[in-house]
Design a protein around this ligand. Sequence first.
Ligand SMILES: Nc1ncnc2c1ncn2[C@@H]1O[C@H](COP(=O)(O)O)[C@@H](OP(=O)(O)O)[C@H]1O
Ligand SMILES: [Mg+2]
Length: 263
Amino acid sequence: MPPRSDHDLARDLAESAGALLLQVRGRDFGDAAARKAAGDAESHRFLLDRLRELCPGDAVLSEEGADDAARLGAERVWIVDPLDGTREFSELDRSDWAVHVALWERGRLAAGAVAVPAEGLTLNTGEATVVPEAVDGPIRLAVSRSRPPALVQDLAAGLGGELVPMGSAGVKAMAVVRGQADAYVHGGGQYEWDSAAPVAVASAAGMHTSRLDGSPLHYNQPDPWLPDLLICRPALADRLLAALAELPSAAAPSRPNHGGVHA
Ligand SMILES: Nc1ncnc2c1ncn2[C@@H]1O[C@H](COP(=O)(O)O)[C@@H](OP(=O)(O)O)[C@H]1O
Ligand SMILES: [Mg+2]
């Protein structure tokens, strides 16, 4: 049997962590906070154990783990968000939460997968994803349902676009790839694990991916704070970047204190 490619490995890991999360979610918990904590911790532990076993020489940057500075000298770094859309994971009637697994290798994203377990869906960089044709009508902007950034609301107003609220960065990015939205525009704060796998998968599907000022997204940086991004159909990129450049609300925010990664 040929060795498994990094694309396949990313897909298998995201899919398996997703299956685990479906089991965790089905357990009885006293409250939503306990369900979220169990999901974050168990998916993280699973991914870390599998990566240590299968790729012992690779570094890992996970939302739920201690940040080991050795990753800055590593050639290969897995950037994972074991449970993205934690809030939606704890709301049992929702399916908009995801598992992100990306591989950064020598300066670029080399492979990635986003699983949306409650929909039985995993998209990855190794398969040619066919993006549906654009539909006529207003530009549809995927946006956070719980904390929609002011800039996206301003952008929609300026373009005559409409907001499509949903949870999870991965689900929003996959909504663009799946033709359910035309763009995912985010500002106001995020970390590398929120966007690495979504950007890898969207980029492999031919989507435009960048910062809001059009500059490239860089991963495996000393500070994993990566506060804004644009993922969209390539034909819309110039128009959206021009509109964003006119918006004062699109300025990058400063980094808040974060409890997720322990330096
Ligand atoms: N202003 C902000 N600062 C830091 N992280 C943010 C953020 N806005 C969104 N995120 C993160 O981006 C992911 C998607 O958010 P949303 O569903 O609101 O669009 C969530 O990841 P987690 O669920 O892994 O914490 C969320 O924590
Ligand atoms: Mg996240």
